[in-house]
Design a binder for this molecule. Structure first.
Ligand SMILES: [Zn+2]
Length: 64
């Protein structure tokens, strides 16, 4: 029973989220609060796709 377009899976950090600027662990990057969901990992009662529900994205932090 799964409504089309309703993604309620838990946070998934096993693969890059759409909002990531680089894969996790990439030198010169770090976690940042997801701007789409303000770190909640959820939008409109559904998992935030930008951060895959983690509330965080990987962002370049400079210095590279
Ligand atoms: Zn998000």
């Amino acid at each position: 029973m799964k409504a089309p377009g309703s993604d309620t899976r838990p946070a998934d950090r096993s693969r890059p989220a759409p909002g990531d600027e680089a894969p996790p662990g990439t030198p010169g990057t770090g976690e940042d609060i997801c701007p789409e969901c303000d770190g909640t990992g959820r939008r409109d009662g559904r998992r935030c796709e930008n951060c895959a529900g983690t509330g965080k994205i990987i962002r370049g932090i400079g210095g590279a």
